[in-house]
Design a protein around this ligand. Structure first.
Ligand code: FES
Length: 175
């Protein structure tokens, strides 16, 4: 009984130190944010990472890139804009951004030409699009997730997704 009491109080002490539901995501890792099939050529989609809007763009050339999801001019959602060639243009006032996040619109003020969006490392593999939201200098050095079963013809992959409004740890526990 005494032993049991010790265990209970040890557990309580631990729970007081770590609240699992408040554990933050480590941004220095590659996270899947979209299915490849969701993003056709010359299209853009809005995804979120830890509440932050990211626009993932597939230009005509096919290799996706990721930028901050709100326009540097008036914070309009960039995924509502259009993609032509390699450029993403904002639906509100038409500013165009390239894959480096630089505003490249001709015929705009010098001030607008200085606008720049933050860029995020982005890669595509096995039908998924990943972003790296942490220290960008670590992106290339960080091991990339591998899903060999997806490429193995002996297995079938079922793809589905659903937004669930809860802390991610609930999903780790239950799926
Ligand atoms: S809000 Fe995007 S161009 Fe003005």
């Amino acid at each position: 009984m005494e032993n049991e009491r010790h265990q209970i109080s040890d557990h309580s002490a631990c729970a007081a130190q770590i609240d699992l539901r408040r554990v933050r995501t480590n941004p220095d890792f590659w996270y899947p944010v979209a299915w490849s099939r969701e993003l056709g050529r010359e299209k853009a989609i809005d995804v979120r990472f830890a509440g932050r809007h990211i626009v993932v763009v597939r230009p005509k050339s096919g290799v996706p890139y990721a930028l901050d999801g709100l326009c540097a001019h008036r914070q309009v959602l960039l995924a509502k804009g259009e993609v032509h060639g390699d450029l993403l243009s904002c639906i509100a006032h038409g500013l165009k951004y390239n894959r480096d996040g630089q505003c490249v619109s001709p015929n705009v003020s010098a001030e607008a030409q200085c606008l720049r969006l933050r860029t995020w490392a982005c890669r595509e593999k096995d039908g998924l699009i990943f972003v790296f939201m942490g220290d960008q200098s670590l992106a290339d050095k960080t091991p990339f997730p591998d899903f060999p079963r997806v490429r193995d013809r002996r297995y079938r992959t079922r793809r589905f997704g659903q937004m669930v409004n809860c802390h991610y740890s609930f999903m780790h526990e239950n799926l």
